[in-house]
Design a protein around this ligand. Sequence first.
Ligand code: FE2
Length: 226
Amino acid sequence: MTSVTCNLLTRDRSRTESIQEHIDCVVEDLLASLRRADRLSSSERRGIIARYTAVLEGNFIYWMTGAYLSVSSDLARSIILDNLREEVRDCHPGMLRRFATAAHAVPKDTDALAVSRSLSNVRLFIGRLSPVPIVVMMAFFEGFIQRFMAYLADLAQRQGSMEQEYTDVHGVCDVAHTQELFRALEAEISLAHDSREPEETLFEGVEFLRTLICDIVAEPEFGTCQ
Ligand SMILES: [Fe+2]
């Protein structure tokens, strides 16, 4: 291995690490902003589960498909394809629907409306098919939901639900998914090392998704999150 290749790899690795640090920080911030489950009314708990379901049930596979269409490296393609295969094979949207139904939190039109603007922003961002920012966004999302699952499961239990398959599966498998997406990110950054994304566009998807998650967990009457 030449020293030039070694330097590039070192640079790309530290770039990935600094992205991971930023993502971890955004995740911690979001988790710290969650309202305490024991202080929420039944209606507030239902709202969070319903808005989460309204967003995730029909969009996660779409977002991940956008990531697949945007990347160029064989490694990133294969990692994202594995993730998609698992989603479809194990019917994760069906798992989420059972989770929401058991918690009496099937989304209503008002739940979909509460997240429509921020969801639309994420969809439009995905449509740009910018490989590195999309993989950064998906790595952020996988990192967030593995930590969010305990909270979501707690909300559902407080709604009288015993159905925990969705939260059990995603609290565990998304740890591996997050690590794999960072490997995919490293591969995409290596390919794009001559055209490095400026910071503002690198984290643009993370910011759109952070706002969407904020709208899921916030009380809609208090307006949307900034
Ligand atoms: Fe899933």
